[in-house]
Ligand binder design. Structure first.
Ligand code: GLC
Length: 566
C-alpha cells in the first residue's frame, strides 16, 4: 500500500539561493485542513476525505506546498477527533483507508504533500487498551500504559495531585473497580475522555513506532505531532503547588509539559522518518505542536537529530505592534539559527480565535480585514515556512454568536457552570464550515443546497465564498494567491535565516530587507493607526491595500503591508 512520492512536486521549482535544495519544508506554505469543516462530499453535514480530495485543485491553485489534515482517525469525537480510539482506522464519518489512499495519490499527483496529525499524548477512553485496563483493575499490565494512581485522602476520594486539565477542572478522573467500589484515578491533561499514555511504558513506545510506519507506508509525507511537549511527565508526578496552571505556560516549565525526556522520543522518531529516505526533495518530516515558555525551548525540538519544524506560538501570540513583532522575529531567527531549523510563522489554527478577529478591534469588520491582510503579507515575507489555516485566505472572521446548543468544543462543556463559559477560549467559532459557492448556507460545503452543516454558517459568508472572491482582484483570496505565487517566484523570499531591518522608518512601521544572489526584496508594514510617508525601497510588488507610489515616495496607509522588489 504505497503511493507515489512527488520527486519535485512544485514545478516550476524556485531557484533562489539555498531554497528547496536544502529541503522542501524549509520554505513551504502548509495549509491546515480541518476535515470536519472543509468540504462534505456525502452530504451528512460533516466534512470528509472525499470532500478534501475534491478540493485539492483549489489548494493547488492557491499555491500551497502541503496540506496538514487534522485527525481523521476512528474516534468518538469527544474532542473533535483528538480522542483516537484506533490509530489505523479512518473514522467512518470521514471515509475509509481507501479514501485516504486516493487522497494521498491525488495530492501527490498535483504536487501537494500530505501531513497527518499524530496524537501520541493521549487516546480515547474507548481505545481497546484503556477499556481493557479498566476491566482488568488495579495492578494490571494494561494500566501501566496509562497513569493510574490511588487517590489521596482517607478513602482515596481526592485526586492524586493538583494538576489541572487544559479544558478546566482537575486532570484526574476516578474510576470504579470491576466490583463496583470506587477505584483508582487516571490522568487526562485534556478531557476525561482523553486518558494520557504513560510514555515510560515500552508497549506505548512500540505502538507509536508501528503507527508511524503504518502511515509512512501509506504515503504520508509527515506528521504534525499533537501536544508534542506533553508526552513525558516529571517523575513522581509532583504537585505544581498552584492553580490556573496553564497561565504559567510562558513563564515556567510545568511538571507535565516540556520535560527534557520528550527529546529521546523524537530522536527515535527521527530515525524512523529517516529510514524512509533523506533526499531533501522527498523527505518525510515532523512538526511539533509544542507550547513552550520560550522560542529557545522550542528550538530544542528541532536539533538536527530531532524534528524538522515547530509551530511558532510566540509569533501567533504577538500583538499587531511593530516593536513587538520585530522582537519576536529576532528571537525566533536567533533561536533557530544554532539548530539549523527553519523558522515557522502562523497566525491562525483550529484552537485559536481567527486572526482577523484576534488582531482587530471588532468595531469595524472592514478595518479588521485590512489589518488581517497586512498581518498575512508580513507573515508570508518572513524567512522560513508558513502555516495557513483553512478559511483565512477568504478573510473569514471568528464566529462569535454560535448558539450554545450547537457548540461541541469540550472546553465549552467543561467550563459550563464555572462562570468561565462564553466565547473566550472556546474553539467552535474558528471551526465553522468553509463557504465555497452560492448564496444559501451551506454555501457549497455539502453537495445539496440548504443541506446540513455541523455548525451553522453566518449569512454574510455568501459574499466571502471562494466563488464570490475568485477573479476579484481586490479579494482576500486573490491576495493570498498573488502573495504565495510571488513568494515562490522571488529569489529572496521563502527559506532563509535572517532579515536586515530597515531603520529610519517612522514609529509603528516595520521594515526589512532580504537578499539573494539574484535579487533583493523588502517588506514594509505599517502597524500604526495613521498613514505615514516613506521612501519607496524598490519597485512595488504587492500590497495588502491600495497604495500609490509618487516620485519615489509612498503614503503607507495604516494597517497596510507592502512588498518590494529591490
Ligand atoms: C491540541 C489540539 C487541540 C486538542 C488538544 C488535545 O492542542 O490542537 O485541538 O484539543 O491538542 O488533543
Amino acid at each position: 500500500m504505497t503511493s507515489q512520492h512527488p520527486a519535485d512536486p512544485t514545478a516550476p521549482a524556485a531557484t533562489g539561493a539555498g531554497r528547496r535544495a536544502d529541503g522542501w519544508w524549509r520554505d513551504a506554505v502548509i495549509y491546515q485542513v480541518y476535515p470536519r469543516s472543509f468540504a462534505d462530499a456525502d452530504g451528512d453535514g460533516m466534512g470528509d476525505l472525499e470532500g478534501v480530495r475534491g478540493r485539492l485543485p483549489y489548494l493547488r491553485e492557491l499555491g500551497v506546498d502541503a496540506v496538514w489534515l487534522s485527525p481523521y482517525y476512528a474516534s468518538p469525537q469527544a474532542d473533535a477527533g483528538y480522542d483516537v480510539s484506533d490509530y489505523r482506522v479512518i473514522d467512518p464519518m470521514f471515509g475509509d483507508l481507501a479514501d485516504a489512499e486516493r487522497l494521498i495519490a491525488d495530492a501527490h499527483g498535483l504536487g501537494l504533500r500530505v501531513i497527518a496529525d499524530l496524537v501520541p499524548n493521549h487516546c480515547s477512553d474507548q481505545h481497546t487498551w484503556f477499556r481493557q485496563a479498566l476491566r482488568e483493575g488495579p495492578g494490571s499490565p494494561l494500566r501501566s500504559r496509562f497513569h493510574f494512581r490511588p487517590g489521596q485522602g482517607a478513602d482515596g476520594e481526592l485526586p492524586p495531585n493538583d494538576w489541572e486539565s487544559v479544558f478546566g477542572g482537575p486532570a484526574w478522573t476516578r474510576t470504579g473497580n470491576p466490583d463496583g467500589t470506587p477505584g483508582e484515578w487516571y490522568l487526562h491533561l485534556f478531557a476525561p475522555e482523553q486518558p494520557d499514555f504513560n510514555w515510560d511504558s515500552r508497549a506505548v513506545a512500540d505502538e507509536f513506532r508501528s503507527v508511524l510506519r503504518f502511515w509512512l507506508d501509506l504515503g504520508i509525507d509527515g506528521f504534525r505531532i499533537d501536544v508534542a511537549h506533553g508526552l513525558v511527565k516529571a517523575p513522581g508526578l509532583p504537585d505544581t503547588g498552584t492553580h490556573d496552571q496553564l497561565r504559567l505556560l510562558g513563564n515556567d516549565v510545568l511538571p507535565f509539559f516540556d520535560q527534557d525526556g520528550v527529546h529521546e522520543i523524537y530522536r527515535d522518531w527521527r530515525r524512523i522518518l529517516d529510514e524512509y529516505g533523506t533526499d531533501p526533495a522527498t523527505r518525510r518530516i515532523a512538526v511539533a505542536e509544542a507550547w513552550t515558555p520560550t522560542v529557545q525551548r522550542t528550538a530544542n525540538y528541532l536539533r538536527p537529530d530531532e524534528l524538522h519544524q515547530a509551530f511558532n506560538f510566540q509569533y501567533l501570540g504577538t500583538a499587531w505592534d511593530a516593536g513587538k513583532l520585530r522582537a519576536v522575529v529576532d528571537a525566533t531567527l536567533d533561536a533557530m539559527r544554532p539548530v539549523g531549523a527553519p523558522a515557522t510563522w502562523v497566525l491562525s489554527n483550529h484552537d485559536v480565535v481567527r486572526h482577523l478577529t484576534r488582531l482587530g478591534d471588532g468595531a469595524d469588520r472592514e478595518q479588521d480585514l485590512r489589518r488581517a491582510r497586512a498581518a498575512t503579507l508580513l507573515m508570508l515575507a518572513l524567512p522560513g515556512s508558513a502555516y495557513v489555516y483553512q478559511g483565512e485566505e477568504l478573510g473569514l472572521p471568528e464566529v462569535l454568536d454560535l448558539p450554545d446548543r450547537v457548540r461541541q468544543d469540550p472546553a465549552f462543556t467543561r467550563a459550563k457552570g464555572t462562570g468561565a463559559e462564553g466565547q473566550e477560549g472556546m474553539r467552535d467559532g474558528c471551526r465553522v464550515p468553509m463557504p465555497w459557492s452560492g448564496t444559501e448556507a451551506p454555501y457549497g460545503f455539502g453537495p445539496v443546497a440548504e443541506g446540513p452543516s455541523w455548525l451553522p454558517q453566518p449569512a454574510e459568508w455568501a459574499k466571502l465564498s471562494v466563488e464570490a472572491q475568485t477573479g476579484d482582484r481586490d479579494s482576500t483570496l486573490e491576495l493570498y494567491r498573488s502573495a504565495i505565487a510571488a513568494r515562490r517566484a522571488h529569489p529572496a523570499l521563502g527559506a532563509g535565516d535572517a532579515v536586515e531591518w530597515l531603520d529610519d522608518l517612522p514609529t509603528g512601521v516595520l521594515g526589512f530587507r532580504r537578499s539573494a544572489a539574484d535579487g533583493a526584496f523588502a517588506c514594509t508594514a505599517n502597524t500604526a493607526d495613521q498613514a505615514v510617508r516613506i521612501a519607496a525601497p524598490g519597485r512595488l510588488l504587492l500590497a495588502s491595500a491600495p497604495v500609490t507610489v509618487l516620485d519615489g515616495e509612498l503614503l503607507l496607509p495604516a494597517d497596510t503591508t507592502v512588498w518590494w522588489a529591490v
